[in-house]
Design a protein around this ligand. Structure first.
Ligand code: ADP
Ligand code: MG
Ligand code: ZN
Length: 607
């Protein structure tokens, strides 16, 4: 199909060029030799003398005019001028003569055809830039479906995706909606307009989106944000409009925008070319989002691995207001993914999938698919009939070598440290009143900085925070380092981020909330800082004395020290839980309070 189009385009080009050349030549000849008689200059002079010339137009290099009596049925003539002196001498001698110009066929070609070729060239170049070819394309830029991929049936189901159970669970709701939107509406459930899949590359975001379409049995429209970047101004916007128009016709269906970040990057004002285009496309997308009716049966999914660069306008309520995290799989998840991909190769029956899962820490779904493939290649290379364990260990090593920087695989010792650190945070949070319950602890390295993380899920929106709660938050933050010191007798750089956050809270306790004894209630800094969510890191204005500054520093230090001491004493008290939890965490890589009940909040505050 594609080949065909190429051929046709080439044919068109040659054809057009030949046509243009022929036409110009023909016209030239007709103008020169058609209805006009070409005379020698001496003949012309004789005709003048004999009065055979009706009228004359003298040009720079020719003389044209009308004859009284037509010659060869032509009543117009043209002749090339000759220098009058020369002409006079020649005429006196009775010599026949004519003028000539330097114009040759070649120069005619140059002067007529080159510009034509030039314009035709530009035209073809423009057509190509637009991603189409030929006239038809030009007339319907907006209708172009070139880069919108439509699949009536993706053929992918949730069975093909593993290790991302939480995301799958949330997406099942979307499937339910697509299958029976009317029933969904009757129950009063409101579908969020846009759902954003967030996670590192290769974790299965695209796969999940297609699985949703497959499960629901609806068409799947997909388009990648990066494909808008190189287009003309206006084309991207037209394409977005077109996409939604098409989707509306076949609803229920799914629109999937991959790599949303490359389209919806926060508008910075200082971008090079393509900026306008991106902005227009983004605006069109926002327009469509605002304009569409969630009950129309169109489900909007988007994926990104860089949620932090997204234009905030995209995430506002009523747009992509639901976020689903698609994380790297834990050990059990990796096992499940391996089983999926192993179905495609003949495997050694004695293969130990659990072990492969255990040694592929930090691998994404795509890494694991690649792993199975590489192992099969190793097996082929050694002429094996089956893929064996040794092929897998070799392949794991190879992939680790290739992706080391990306997944940052940790040494056993470091993993242990990270596990204690995170368990420290978690146990402190579980021990203190008023803290958000621990939702999940993980020691799977994330791509952005963190080696592990503890997720706390707020149970309610809080508008007022008590002094105790603020201090308890500091204890939770300091507990990571406290656990490290308690177990290993030394601390690491891993706590840098925690320390910064704790210091931030301490500073606010002292300077904003007037909670520090001795410093009174005066607000010492009006600037809001990042702790409460607005990230404006402005220049702070000091409106207090040097002495007060010293007192502030001391008060902050005291708050942090006392938080640290409290964290340590909590962990000393729960030493056994700490060790048991870490053991489980190292084995499983992620744990929830269901796996480890010691993480359940000890006291429920108030009620
Ligand atoms: P992403 O869009 O998150 O970058 P993809 O969905 O494109 O990742 O994944 C690429 C390939 O990796 C998939 O086609 C699939 O073969 C494999 N893969 C990724 N994640 C999973 C998973 N969770 N389960 C099974 N296979 C996966
Ligand atoms: Mg993808
Ligand atoms: Zn920490």
């Amino acid at each position: 199909m594609k080949l065909n189009i190429e051929n046709k385009k080439k044919f068109n080009l040659t054809y057009a060029l030949i046509a243009v050349a022929l036409f110009l030549l023909l016209q030239n000849f007709l103008a020169g030799y058609g209805a006009t008689e070409r005379l020698q200059y001496s003949e012309f002079l004789k005709l003048v003398e004999s009065g055979g010339v009706e009228d004359v137009v003298v040009k720079e290099s020719t003389v044209e005019g009308t004859l009284k009596d037509p010659i060869n049925d032509h009543d117009r003539f043209v002749t090339t001028r000759v220098d009058p002196d020369v002409a006079r001498d020649l005429a006196r001698q009775g010599i026949e003569f004519t003028g000539g110009t330097e114009q040759t066929i070649f120069s005619t070609l140059l002067s007529y055809i080159l510009p034509a070729v030039f314009f035709v060239g530009i035209w073809f170049f423009l057509m190509k830039r637009m991603g189409g070819g030929g006239m038809g394309r030009m007339a319907q830029i907006g209708k172009s479906k070139a880069k919108v991929y439509v699949e009536d049936e993706t053929g992918v189901t949730f069975e093909d995706v593993a290790g991302v159970d939480a995301a799958k669970q949330e997406l099942k709701e979307v499937v339910a909606f697509l299958k029976d939107k009317d029933r969904f509406g009757r129950l009063g459930a409101r579908m969020p307009k846009g759902t954003l899949l967030v996670g590192p590359p290769g974790t299965g975001k695209t796969l999940l989106a297609r699985a949703v379409a497959g499960e629901a049995g609806v068409p799947f429209f997909s388009i990648a944000g990066s494909e808008f970047v190189e287009m003309f101004v206006g084309v991207g916007a037209a394409r977005v409009r077109d996409l939604f128009e098409q989707a509306r016709k076949v609803a229920p269906c799914i629109i999937f925008i991959d790599e949303l970040d490359s389209l919806g990057k926060a508008r910075s004002g200082s971008t090079y070319g393509g900026h306008d285009e991106k902005e227009q496309t983004l605006n069109q997308l926002l327009n469509e989002l605002d304009g569409f009716d969630p009950t129309s049966g169109i489900v909007l999914l988007a994926a990104t691995n860089r949620p932090e660069v997204l234009d905030p306008a995209l995430k506002r309520a009523g747009r992509f207001d639901r976020e689903i995290v698609v994380d790297r799989p834990d050990r059990v998840g990796r096992e499940a993914i391996l089983r999926i991909h192993l179905k495609k190769v003949t495997e050694d029956p004695v293969i130990d999938i659990e072990k492969i899962a255990a040694i592929s820490v930090g691998f994404t779904g795509a890494d694991l698919a690649n792993l199975v493939n590489e192992a099969a290649i190793f097996a082929t290379r050694r002429d094996g009939k089956q893929v064996k364990m040794e092929d897998f260990t070799q392949a794991v090593e190879r992939i680790i070598a290739g992706t080391e920087q990306r997944t940052r695989l940790l040494s056993t010792k470091d993993r242990e440290r990270v596990a204690y650190h995170e368990m420290g945070h978690a146990l402190a949070a579980a021990s203190l009143p008023g803290m958000d319950p621990v939702h999940k602890i993980s020691i799977i390295p994330r791509s952005i900085g963190a080696l592990g993380y503890t997720m706390q899920r707020p149970t309610e929106d809080k508008f007022l925070i008590t002094e105790d709660e603020l201090k308890n938050r500091m204890v939770v933050l300091m507990a990571g380092r406290a656990a490290e010191e308690l177990i290993f007798g030394e601390v690491t750089t891993g706590a840098a981020d925690d320390l910064a956050k704790a210091t931030d809270i301490a500073r606010q306790i002292v300077t904003r909330y007037g909670m520090a004894p001795g410093l009174g209630q005066a607000v010492l800094e009006a600037q809001r800082s990042s702790f409460l969510g607005d990230s404006a890191i402005g220049i702070k204005q000091k409106d207090y004395s040097e002495e007060t500054a010293r007192e502030i520093d001391t008060a902050i230090r005291q708050l942090i020290d006392s938080a640290y001491t409290q964290a340590k004493s909590i962990l000393e008290e729960r030493n056994r839980d700490l060790r048991a939890g870490v053991e489980l965490l190292l084995a499983q890589e992620t744990i929830t309070p269901d796996d480890f009940p010691a993480l359940e909040p000890a006291q429920t505050p108030g009620n």
